[in-house]
Design a protein around this ligand. Structure first.
Ligand SMILES: C[S@@+](CC[C@H](N)C(=O)[O-])C[C@H]1O[C@@H](n2cnc3c(N)ncnc32)[C@H](O)[C@@H]1O
Length: 226
């Protein structure tokens, strides 16, 4: 089967735009609810996300493993908001992001967190991690900005490559069908219907066991590696 190839121009545009956003005001562009975040508000918003999306879902995520022995991947870690909170729960956390400026700020902000490692990636796959095995992968408010199905599918395929058998990739995509994503817009990502989400999982070899929020901006998918 011929795999879809992400467009180089599109990936370069995403990198350029996210670097510009990170230089202007990284925290605002990561979480637009506030223009100015105090450190306390910022880190507690990451902890709230982990409470809501991870700590209340540990049966699916850990499947009996000790979280302190688990390696976790966060795709699109931005300035490290969620990365820090994940590192408080799991043994090792790898954050990857397309923007070198986001990565610079995340590394600086997480310099006191010895079990979190942040890497700039190529904006389309996980080659920066080599063959590092992962026990759980997570991504939130990242794919909703990606205007390319090919790029999203590339990430899904590469998570499948690194994830241990049975492991979970829990991630959020744009589910609002009214969103009109343009190929050169790096803010509004492509929407997924429930059928699209199931088809992408099938194509890559994941079981799309749970789906929540179809039709909404926050369309959550639980892809388990068979
Ligand atoms: C809205 S921010 C969210 C950051 C983080 N997930 C959080 O919630 O704190 C979106 C992040 O996704 C990153 N991003 C956008 N497109 C990406 C891509 N193709 N590959 C990797 N990261 C990407 C951006 O650089 C940015 O840091």
């Amino acid at each position: 089967m011929i795999e879809p190839v992400p467009s180089t121009a599109q990936v370069e545009r995403m990198k350029r735009d996210w670097d510009a956003r990170a230089s202007e005001n990284a925290r605002y562009w990561v979480a637009t609810g506030k223009e100015e975040w105090t450190d306390e508000e910022w880190w507690s918003s990451g902890r709230a996300t982990v409470r809501e999306q991870v700590l209340n879902d540990m049966t699916n995520i850990c499947q009996g493993m000790d979280p302190k022995r688990m390696k976790v991947l966060e795709i699109g870690c931005g300035a490290g908001r969620i990365t820090r909170a994940l590192a408080e729960v799991f043994g090792l956390v790898y954050g990857i992001d397309i923007s070198s400026e986001m990565v610079r700020q995340a590394r600086l902000a997480l310099r006191d967190v010895p079990n979190a490692f942040v890497f700039e990636n190529n904006g389309k796959d996980l080659s920066v991690l080599g063959d590092t095995p992962i026990d759980f992968a997570f991504s939130m408010i990242v794919f909703q900005h990606i205007p390319s199905r090919e790029v999203i599918e590339c990430y899904v395929r590469d998570v499948h490559r690194l994830l241990r058998p049975g492991g979970l990739f829990k991630f959020q995509v744009q589910g609002d069908p009214a969103i009109e994503s343009e190929p050169d817009d790096t803010w509004l990502g492509v929407p997924f219907s429930d059928a699209d989400a199931v088809a992408m999982a099938d194509k890559v070899g994941f079981e799309p066991r749970h789906r929540h929020g179809a039709g909404d901006q926050y369309f959550w998918l639980w892809y388990f590696k068979r």
